[in-house]
Write a protein that binds this ligand. Structure first.
Ligand code: SF4
Ligand SMILES: [Zn+2]
Length: 114
């Protein structure tokens, strides 16, 4: 069971605020929006992949202590590749239906000419 980062009391995984100390645990009061929080005196941006690849446009960057979009750069690097990232379908396989139709038309034309 997760615990509150401030008072360390056990909390529900869907709790929006800590029942003990009132710390905001989810963003915008919605249990489905994760609110990431920096540990100690660190900033989230230091270990965020959006800071590393310079794609973050949030005004709190690079000193964010809470963030809804935080993406741990180490977790992102260890993420297993999706099938689409490993294997790209060759062009002739993507258009095999049209190639078959073209070959049938070509064969028909050849048979008419001969
Ligand atoms: S997404 Fe959040 S944590 Fe990541 S760089 Fe932007 S402000 Fe920082
Ligand atoms: Zn608490």
């Amino acid at each position: 069971m997760p615990s509150c980062p401030r008072c360390h009391q056990s909390i529900s995984a869907t709790a929006v605020t800590c029942a003990n100390c009132g710390l905001e645990l989810k963003a915008h009061g919605h249990p489905g929006i994760e609110l990431h929080r920096a540990q100690g005196d660190t900033y989230l941006c230091d270990s965020c992949s959006y800071h590393q690849d310079d794609t973050c446009t949030f005004p709190q960057r690079p000193l964010a202590t809470t963030c809804t979009l935080y993406q741990d750069v180490q977790a992102a690097q260890q993420r297993p590749l999706r099938a689409a990232e490993i294997y790209t379908i060759p062009w002739w396989r993507k258009h095999s239906g049209w190639l078959l139709v073209a070959m049938l038309i070509g064969l028909s034309v050849l048979l008419v000419i001969m």
